[in-house]
Write a protein that binds this ligand. Sequence first.
Ligand code: 23J
Ligand code: MN
Length: 259
Amino acid sequence: MSSTLNTLIRELAEGGLRVVDLTQPLGPDTPVIGLPPMFASSPGVTIEQISRYDDAGPAWYWNTIRMGEHTGTHFDAPIHWVTGKDLPENACDTIPPGRFVGPACVIDVSEEVAADPDFLLTVERLEAWEAEHGRVPAGAWVLLRTDWSRRTGTDAFLNVWDDGPHSPGFDKATSEALAHDRDVTGVGVETVGTDAGQAGGFDPPFPNHTIMHGAGKFGLASLCNLDQLPPTGALVIAAPLKIVEGSGSPLRVLALSPS
Ligand code: 23J
Ligand code: MN
């Protein structure tokens, strides 16, 4: 018997802890990342009815769903990026499940992002957060709170200008510090991908994907409700579908948080 689990069960039942849903609704209106036209694009969600208590199935309702692996609130596995392609246990079906659970460090940069949609989390800003809340522990899910999830509608969410998308992310040195010095489990963001909108033009292109996945770390994109979490003290559970050789997967991301 585990007294810790007993306490967890009691606190959940009595309301001292609550489950926070960090997941966006998944449907035909879910925004999908746009890449430069020379690259293949990922299909958005389509939902096709199989039956709905009708001739095709008199007592049952069910649908066929189709989408890219990286759609809506989703998980990025190391095999998603060329830098992670030869790592062990790098795909949705082979990652040990214990790695899906970890403490949250929520870094609130919503004020900076309100002033600059291209804001990048720098090592200096990370260290300022750590001076207040303690060092990011090994195994943490580092969640970048930007309040970007408050942008409603695909246009505002993707924020594409003449020169491409504009949305916040991580400075290259910050991704390196988180992956190598802090040994995080991964990073989570409210935007459509874990790289900044302009990151296709960075050196290297998409540095967060390049560095995180090359180090065997994960990504979570299109999160919401990060404003309901404390800076530290919440526990994130982010388990992708067990897709064989899956590069990622839509998923339900839950946090256990003090009320
Ligand atoms: C493919 C190419 C670039 C990016 C992405 C995918 C993602 O953001 C993703 O969903 O992994 S930036
Ligand atoms: Mn992805």
